[in-house]
Write a protein that binds this ligand. Structure first.
Ligand code: FAD
Length: 657
């Protein structure tokens, strides 16, 4: 048994698992301590990964050599590319996953990493040196079993567990998640060390027995994979045994992981849509005073974009119906999650309101929804590496920083894990910029703006979203992951080959001419676009909104032949990325130019301990905000609210040279 490590990660949620895996993969010895080793990467709320802007984060994690994308693909039971009707800048992959297989797969990955060890216990205290002389530095952790482990750096990823309190109507229970104990001691100790502690709230809906849903009364929502035939015959005496399983599936080519060998293999399942109605709303309204959200029991702020059902009926009082999605929790389970009906109402009110929906009249509850309040720490006390300013060598990642969501947590976890290891190994820190990754946007927002509600990622938070597409996260980030030692040489080689094949295709399109033959002109007119009076380059035709590779290959055989000649299983991915670059070339170039200009500000560093208060030419507000936030670059300073362009010019004059 070992008690001394390079890095200790506390908590095996989405942040902790990525942090531990990343730190260990780049060469640090790592101990991952968590309260329950059978619930690593537990999906506390809905069994889904990705979604708008979150899907891009998962692809970024994968491109860097992280694990969340691989686990999501291997456990996906429904895959959809959201926003397909919009421009590819905002296409976002999302998967419904099998909850228990998700845990198992993560556990297999953690177990396979050589210098990563796990220990099941709850950390109650940090071992800190130097607090007396004003230079606190973390040295290890102490657990509730009073065991001490030492490390050069510690990453805290406690999620919703710090002083967690759950609300089921009037009934309250201590806990970090249903049936799991909360974590005590750390918040109080950290507050004593100068950390600003806040409180936030989140909630989850009921889980139900799918056999009690009247399937004749629901609307079906299928994924992008097409199930052509699905016939499963189970043994009557041993129902978990399949006597015969005929499943024919036409898979959509998209997925999270860039590794070709990572495939979605689970049998797809449908989700179902039902709607609330005026009767259910009346019942909920009559019982509002029993909701801790409305009777003052819950004071903290919840995620505005995931409102509870009681918040929906109050905020949108004129609406007499809300859409609910019934989402299966796994490949074979009958357990369903009711997306859209998060609630902290008393269980009997939730139950009766749901039974007023015709398809759920005979409903059986597996468990009711509930709300949870928990502690978080002001993320403006973090550096861009996610190391805390008040305590040296201590890193925070995930919900503890005021974010919400598995993907946001996992992205931070990877960065914190790399930086905790790098600090020990004496390597350069990893800081992703806003034009490189959504993960960069996320961390920069946290440390420069702070949070006043649970922070979730949206495409609108990124000013360079055309540069941060889901299709090219590998091109953006795999070189970085490879330099870090996270992405393997093979992964890097795959990215290089994809880029080469893509560029060769674009080059062919920019040289090859298309003649306006009667057949081609007839086809173009049918598509509602002008016929050709002279020969044009393939690339120029592809820039027309009515045309894409698939359509043009259908009417111009040399293009079909050129595509067929691409000698790589990722042909569709290569063609799609070429098409996006061709169609959005102008936008991408312009955004790149703006990003490069801003980079100059990002590269001007502000020395540690710089005395903003002594600069009289800064506005009073800027002096106060800059002293409180302590930005590390002029770029970060420029994004702090209250710091004006005039203040930025003053800083540039002082430090820019
Ligand atoms: C009821 C509920 C509803 C939610 N609803 C939503 C939602 O609608 N939308 C959304 O985006 N997100 C939601 N979330 C949040 C989502 O689950 C988190 O954002 C995500 O799981 C955060 O990941 P994390 O790694 O930071 O923490 P978690 O996934 O919470 O993992 C923390 C881990 O740390 C362990 N741990 C905690 N303290 C200690 C300790 N002292 N010692 C050892 N181990 C410890 C825990 O056992 C756990 O394994 C919800 C969470 C809950 C609980």
């Amino acid at each position: 048994m070992r008690f001394d490590y390079d890095v200790i990660v506390v908590g095996a949620g989405h942040a902790g698992c990525e942090a531990a895996a990343a730190a260990a993969k780049i060469g640090a010895s790592v101990l991952l301590i968590t309260t329950d080793m059978n619930r690593v990467a537990q999906l506390s709320c809905n069994p889904a990964v990705g979604g708008i802007a979150k899907g891009q984060i998962v692809r970024e994690i994968d491109a860097l050599g992280g694990q969340t994308g691989i686990v999501a693909d291997l456990t996906a039971i429904q895959f959809r590319m959201l926003n397909r009707s919009k421009g590819p800048a905002v296409w976002s992959p999302r998967a419904q996953v099998d909850r228990t297989k998700y845990i198992d797969t993560w556990r297999q990955i953690l177990d396979s990493i050589p210098n990563l060890e796990m220990y099941q216990d709850t950390v109650s205290e940090l071992i800190i040196d130097g607090a007396d002389n004003g230079n606190p530095r973390v040295r290890g952790v102490r657990t509730v079993m009073n065991i001490e482990f030492f490390a050069k750096t510690v990453v805290l990823t406690n999620g919703t567990f710090l002083n967690g309190k759950m609300h089921f109507g009037e009934h309250k229970a201590e806990g970090g998640r249903i049936a799991e104990p909360a974590s005590y001691g750390l918040s109080e100790q950290l507050a004593g060390l100068g950390f600003r502690v806040g409180r936030m709230k989140t909630g989850t809906p009921a889980r139900i027995d799918g056999r009690t849903i009247d399937m004749a009364l629901v609307e079906t929502q299928s994924g992008d994979d097409r199930v052509i035939e699905k016939r499963v015959e189970k043994s009557a005496d041993a129902p978990c045994v399949c006597l015969k399983k005929d499943v024919v599936i036409e898979r959509d080519p998209h997925k999270f992981s860039y590794l070709p060998e990572v495939e979605r293999t689970l049998v797809p399942r449908d989700c179902y849509i039902v709607h609330t109605n005026p009767e259910a709303h009346s019942l909920l309204r009559e019982n509002l005073s029993r909701s801790p959200m409305y009777n003052g029991d819950i004071q903290s702020i919840g995620p505005r974009y995931c409102p509870s059902i009681e918040t929906k009926i109050v905020t949108f009082a004129d609406k007499d119906s809300h859409q609910l999605f019934l989402e299966p929790e796994g490949e074979t389970t009958e357990e369903f999650y009711i997306n859209g009906f998060s609630s902290s109402m008393p269980p009997e009110v939730q139950y009766e309101a749901l039974r007023m929906i015709p398809a759920l009249e005979n409903l059986h509850f597996y468990r009711p929804g509930y709300a949870i309040e928990y502690d978080f720490f002001d993320p403006t006390q973090l550096r861009a590496t996610l190391e805390t300013r008040p305590v040296d060598s201590l890193f925070f990642a995930g919900q503890i920083n005021g974010t919400t969501g598995y993907e946001e947590a996992a992205g931070q976890g990877l960065v914190a894990g790399v930086n905790a290891a790098h600090k020990v190994l004496g390597r350069e820190p990893l800081v992703l910029s806003r034009d490189e990754a959504y993960i960069g946007v996320l961390i920069d927002d946290l440390i420069t703006k702070g949070v006043d509600e649970p922070y979730r990622m949206f495409t609108s938070r990124a000013e360079y979203r055309i540069l941060l597409r889901q299709d090219d996260a590998d091109v953006r980030l795999t070189p970085i992951g490879y330099r870090l030692g996270l992405a393997s040489q093979r992964r890097y080689g795959l990215m290089v080959r994809k880029t080469q094949l893509r560029d060769e295709l674009i080059d062919w399109c920019s040289r090859r001419l298309v003649k306006g033959t009667p057949e081609i002109n007839g086809a173009l007119q049918k598509l509602g676009t002008a016929p050709l009076s002279a020969s044009v380059k393939v690339i120029d035709l592809l820039k027309r909104p009515q045309i894409n590779f698939r359509i043009l290959a259908g009417i111009f055989p040399p293009l079909r032949k050129r595509i067929d000649a691409i000698d790589d299983a990722r042909k569709e991915e290569i063609v799609e990325s070429a098409e996006i670059l061709i169609k959005y070339e102008g936008y991408i170039r312009r955004e790149r130019e703006v990003a490069d200009k801003m980079r100059r500000l990002e590269n001007v560093h502000i020395p540690d301990g710089f005395d903003f208060n002594s600069i009289n030419s800064l506005s009073t507000e800027a002096r106060q905000k800059l002293s409180a936030h302590r930005p590390e670059t002029i770029g970060q300073a420029s994004r702090i609210s209250g710091v004006s362009p005039a203040d930025v010019s003053v800083l540039l004059l002082l430090l820019g040279r």
